[in-house]
Ligand binder design. Sequence first.
Ligand code: NBP
Length: 478
Amino acid sequence: SLANVGVIGMAVMGSNLARNLARNGYAVAVYNRTTSKTDAVIAEHGHEGDFRPSAELADFVASLERPRRIIIMVKAGRGTDATIDSLIPLLEEGDIVVDGGNAKFQDTRRREEKLRGLGLHFVGAGISGGEVGALEGPSIMPGGSVESYQALGPILEKISAKVDGEPCATYIGTDGAGHFVKMVHNGIEYADMQFIGEAYVLLKALGLNHTEMADTFATWNTGDLDSYLIEITSEVLRKVDEKTGQPLVDVIVDAAGMKGTGTWTVQAALDLGTPVNTIAESVFARAVSSHPELRAASQQALSGPDGTFQVADRDAFIDAIRQALWASKVVAYAQGLDEIRQAGVEYGWDINVAEVAKIWRAGCIIRAKLLERIRSEYAAGNLVTLLEAPSVAADLAAAQDGWREVIATAVRAGVPVPGFSAALAHYDQARAPRLNASLTQGLRDYFGAHTYRRTDAEGTFHTNWSTDGSEVAAEDTH
Ligand code: NBP
């Protein structure tokens, strides 16, 4: 008999995904450029299900039922292109090639167009959940033709994480839509982690020891903040370094790495003109942390408060930190989802934001209790932004005194809170009846005759700044 589905790439992600497929009863063809890796996976896990290993790509392709469903899990970029190029001559019309790696959505659009021209389906599937997710049930965000989803969707839904039996996989939209949504997922993940980091630094400044901090996060994880990242924060803070006996976080170098998806999220938002300042600040916070020369020079030259502070009521302040964390998180999710909605309009994807929130509820890194609420708010009404949803707006209003108090205290004490501050700035900007943009327009008109609109009349206008200061209808200036 022929295999139901194939996986190319037997590194961590591909081998775990293949095992997940096999455990769910599929006959899985597997292939890796370096055959010894395939052999090792089969030797260790072959007993878990029906694996069909091939040493040659042609044999792998021939071992699959049609239309062939081939999931590529190799290093994103050139590895993916090389794999696709070697597959093309072996495939037949209607076959489905899935890229499960972290591809740039622009690459996915290019590859989809190329394969479509050859009569093949190309699906860019964002897969989140790391290696454990790949094995036990990830969140899967597939983009491609509707037709290909009919053949592929049931398999992806079967192996995905579940919430009350509902799969964390759904059709996202055409070409790059799935990888775009996965990219923004990672961008939100950056913001989530930055906020958690700011809360940690503030709790530390309050004098909590690592056990107390771990307990605080564990308590928060039983309420509105209930999420995977808060849960593992508690575990990381509790970890004692075996070598030194110190808390492990105190031994880890404070320079954050990144692989690019956060940066891509901000770049795409800049192209779309969508404000995602929480995500941008989170990317830049990692950049500052990983810039030793800048930090060393600034530590020498710059003075300011030492980062310590006193509060009258410690427990009340800890709860205010929780409120700042929750409110900031809501703003980051709102901004990420705004970016997805805007991209849907720009790139012709009919993205259902409620469905995106639905498949992020389990399996992925940003899984959180909040996502069920976001799903239901988007499902209930056509929201311009999550922030306008009545229950969300009410809870933000309730959290904002604490949110503002935490930021004000941190600023006075010299504790950097770029994420919390960016989130609050967005909240205050978005709700302001008047913005400083009127002066910006005045300045632009002064030095560049860029014109402005008036609040009390139709049309565009220009002031003759350098002559008599009179105003003219803008058409007259050309
Ligand atoms: P890696 O990203 O480490 O890639 C290793 C795999 O790519 C091996 O199978 C390797 O084959 C293959 N490969 C390379 Br490198 N160049 C190739 C080429 N030119 N032609 C064919 N195969 C090539 O694997 P991973 O960590 O399992 O991640 C796979 C994908 O999943 C990536 O896109 C990653 O971004 C994404 N992802 C990873 C995670 C995670 O937690 N690690 C989470 C979510 C998504 P070889 O054995 O012959 O060298």
